[in-house]
Design a protein around this ligand. Sequence first.
Ligand code: GRF
Length: 357
Amino acid sequence: MTSAPYTPMTPAEVRDLRDSLDKQGKKLVFTNGCFDLLHAGHVRYLNQARALGDAMVVALNSDASVRELKGPTRPINHECDRAEVMAALRAVDAVVIFGDPRATSLIETIRPHVYAKGGDYTVDSLNPEERAALENVGAEIKILSLVPGRSTSSIIERMAAPETSHKPLRLGVLGSGEGSNLHAILDAIDSGRLNAEIAVAISDQADSRFLQIAKEAGTPAVHVQGGHNPRRFLDAAQAEIAGHLQAAEVDVVVLIGFMRILKEPVLSLYAGRIVNVHPSLLPKYKGANAVQMALDEGELETGCTVHLVTDEIDAGRILAQAKVPILVGDTAAILHQRIKKQEHQLLPQVLAEWKQS
Ligand code: GRF
């Protein structure tokens, strides 16, 4: 049995859908994009967006507008095919195709209740014209985080150079403590969830469990003398670390419970390629006492954040977060153990999705 190809809805039909939902006190979510080669990042994003209301319309950029946005080699898939695939997703109730560079007139016609946008946008960095249209129609604006490392462009790159994409990511891990996150990374590598290898493990604590775990796993493990101040590192130690990372041909530097502040030359050598895992929902509760601070503030939930490292402490771009509820009777130690369980999932996942530049 063959079925007819999908016919995208017209804006007027979507408006009817919106009006009938509105009468029932329900909400229509609107989002837009090119969605050229659909991947898991899109699916997760669309599921999150759909959960913001009772039905969802996706406005797909027409072939001509994708070309304008992404260059002459795109889209890979024709708009009719993209619409058909999109409409087959559980999260999607309707698809419209639009050719304008902006979704402004579509927003005005459809009058969605919720507008979902993904990526590095903030409400302030939305296109002013679209934002004004959204405010005019009273749409609630929701910014959703994108899944790191998943993008149509990275799929295209992997197809163009398959040999580099299968190369394991070489990790340089730095830690001072228990090493439970190092353990989680090693587990993820062993089970095939993470295509990586620990190129070098570095610690400022010679007798740390972290170094012991690295040695037991047979990975190169080095102790670097940091000096007397437990938070700061001598300049010579900063240079020594850079030397170890470079000698090990590290792709990504991972700070896991590394208690000293990393400075130049590592920050510049690995700019955009240093990640840290922190036990709070940043930007809340930066610094070494993050778990206790969340408890002291009477928060009902906290969590963990994987973020890029810059010269400002715990302030680089957030790559992923996971929430953890705070329960009656929690002490900082009990809560920290629960946060770590989330870290053990989140950090390997971010690394598995890392896009090599
Ligand atoms: C983690 O909670 C991490 O968020 C923080 O230090 C802790 C390291 O734990 N930066 P472990 O050494 O991996 O067990």
